[in-house]
Design a protein around this ligand. Structure first.
Ligand SMILES: [Zn+2]
Length: 604
């Protein structure tokens, strides 16, 4: 089977090559087939076949190579500047001359390899013409980060940036480690990040040094990237930061990090410049026992002399700067909602199979602060459907979840875990709950959630409260956001805690007891559950972002087979509500209607 399908691919390859060859012979150029040594010039590209085209161009000729891999015609051919070195001189030219003509998402018609090749040749020619008259230099600026990276030495230590992407020159602190450097707005911000990222093997001291941010009116093209200290000083002058650099260029300076910044169509981009001061100027004069500036006693050289000596002795190297700030991570810098989410706090009461995954989703979506509360340790039995894994067995679910999330999103504002019941947290640290923008109850326990429902009134908690739970086998699930003075949880439940509306009904008892202990559990799998987690997370965000402002219930009705295979069916009240949507797999939104006779609502 394998050999037969290989043979089909080989035939497809050969016939595509023949088709391209025939097409190329019709063009206004000379065609020859590339020899193996000529193909070998393109190292690590895997090109199997190629043609050299010599094209009349202006006064002379232009050489293109047309190159294909074994995956041709499913992968498009590549066109290369065969004899011209234009890497970082023209945009879209790689180091070996191969042109980037198609974006990575582009699709091609593999049934017409000849036409695809001719059309790419057209594009290549167009690129050459525009590059020759300098019409496309803006492309360099638009993809600044890519081209800057090409100029950085392979071994450079990357810089991760927590800077806010605004456009003001300023002094910025940075921390430098063995594997990466970190820059941010304040030493507190860097400290917070490093404390969160405990799994990053951060070695070295927590010493912070001074750097400088240089926003430029226009990002440079590769030919104008700084090559020496003089070029860096020119950048500093361009960004009106001369006054700042004077406070950095002091006697004894070893070096610093300068970060160039500028706008691109996809947000602010950064490039790093590591500046080093010549060794003989580095040490304070008194430590060297002599003057570092010729003709002056130690420490007595006039400021201007020190400044000009440092300026003329600077050497530089370039390094990549990757944005690691929350606005970039959670919305690529272009989602205005992330700002609101970053400043929001959600408490999750119950960090089990629903709560733990909810915490992950909300943190991933950009919620800046989470208060995680659960009195239980993680057990082996939990691992199959919990967001934490076996390395957390035996530890507090809430605390380990907070630690894991801090490591995953070290730029977040704050994830705190409390190994307590929610009642314990409410009595010992009530402000932790009262200052939240949203409380989520995911304990899966009626008694606990009924007392939370009562607490809301007595504590006068004025933010929405979201309850979520799964029906048996996670065949259906509920997320209910209840706003103050707009009904309560009890309104939709019997005094014994049975929901007035269930999606499924079961002929047998569905809650199981674990052998040898008094813990009961709902039998359901992680995949069925994921729909309910998403349902709750989506409603939580809608509450935070103001698109849901009154008490609302969202119900996930799972695939019918899941209920049926486990001995369940749709309940009569559900069927009368949704009609003939027998197959399931949909969400239904309903208003959460206050019950006039609700004892809890009329209480007090
Ligand atoms: Zn009520």
């Amino acid at each position: 089977m394998h050999e037969a399908s290989n043979l089909v691919l080989e035939r497809r390859f050969s016939s595509a090559i023949a088709e391209v060859h025939a097409k190329l012979l019709t063009g206004p150029w000379q065609v020859s087939i590339l020899t193996t040594p000529q193909l070998r010039r393109y190292r690590n590209r895997g090109f199997q076949h190629g043609w050299r085209l010599v094209i009349p161009h202006g006064e002379g000729t232009l050489d293109f190579d047309v190159l294909v891999t074994e995956h041709f015609p499913h992968q498009p051919p590549r066109i290369s500047l065969a004899t011209l070195q234009r890497f970082l001189v023209w945009p879209h030219v790689e180091e070996d001359g191969v042109l980037c003509l198609l974006s990575s998402e582009a699709t091609i018609n593999s049934a017409r390899p000849g036409e695809v090749t001719l059309s790419l040749l057209q594009d290549a020619l167009q690129l050459v013409l525009e590059s020759e008259i300098g019409n496309n230099q803006q492309d360099f600026r638009n993809e600044f980060t890519t081209y800057w990276g090409r100029k950085c030495p392979e071994q450079c230590i990357p810089v991760w940036s927590l800077l806010s992407p605004d456009q003001e020159s300023r002094l910025i602190p940075f921390w430098s480690g063995k594997e990466f450097c970190l820059i941010g707005e304040s030493t507190e911000q860097l400290e917070h990040w490093l404390n969160n990222a405990t799994k990053k093997r951060i070695s070295g001291s927590r010493e912070y040094r001074q750097g400088i941010l240089l926003p430029l009116p226009q990002l440079p093209c590769p030919k104008d990237f700084p090559k020496n200290g003089r070029d860096l000083i020119a950048c500093i002058e361009q960004s009106n930061a001369k006054h700042l650099i004077e406070s950095i260029h002091q006697e004894g300076l070893e070096g610093y990090l300068a970060v160039l910044a500028g706008k691109t169509p996809t947000g602010t981009a950064f490039g790093g410049v590591i500046a080093r001061v010549q060794e003989k100027l580095r040490y304070p004069a008194e430590r060297r026992g002599g003057s570092i500036i010729d003709g002056f006693r130690p420490g007595k050289a006039p400021k201007e002399v020190v400044q000009s000596q440092i300026k003329s002795s600077l050497s530089i190297s370039l390094t990549t700067v990757e944005r690691a700030d929350a606005l970039w991570i959670h919305g690529r810098g272009s989602d205005p909602k992330v700002k609101t989410l970053q400043s929001s706090t959600i408490a999750i009461l119950g960090c089990g199979s629903i709560g733990s995954h909810l915490a992950f989703l909300l943190a991933e979506a950009g919620v800046g602060k989470l208060v995680l509360c659960d009195p239980e340790p993680l057990k082996w039995a939990n691992v199959g459907r919990h967001a934490l894994a076996s390395d957390s067995v035996g530890t507090s679910k809430a605390k380990s979840l907070a630690t894991t999330l801090k490591n995953s999103y070290p730029s977040s504002v704050g994830f705190d875990g409390y190994c307590k019941t929610w009642e314990g947290l409410a009595s010992s640290m009530p402000e932790k709950l009262l200052t939240c923008d949203l409380l989520i109850a995911a304990t899966g326990n009626w008694t606990t959630e009924a007392s939370l429902n009562a607490w809301r009134k007595t504590a006068d908690f004025r933010q929405p409260l979201l309850y979520c739970w799964a029906e048996a086998f996670a065949a259906a699930g509920h997320a209910i956001a209840i706003f103050p003075d707009d009904g309560c949880l009890q309104c939709g439940f019997s005094p014994l805690g049975l929901p007035k509306l269930s999606v499924t009904s079961w002929s047998e008892k569905t809650i199981l007891q674990e052998a040898g202990c008094d813990t009961s559990f709902q039998p359901y799998g992680p995949i069925a559950l994921s729909h309910i987690v998403s349902l709750a997370a989506e409603l939580a965000l809608d509450c935070l972002l103001g698109s849901v402002c009154e008490s609302t219930e969202r119900i996930w009705c799972g695939n019918k087979r899941l209920a049926k295979d486990n001995g369940g069916t749709w309940s009569e009240e559900w069927k009368s509500l949704v009609g003939d949507r027998e197959q399931g797999s949909f969400t239904q939104e309903l208003p959460w209607v206050p019950d006039k006779n609700c004892l809890e609502c009329s209480f007090i």
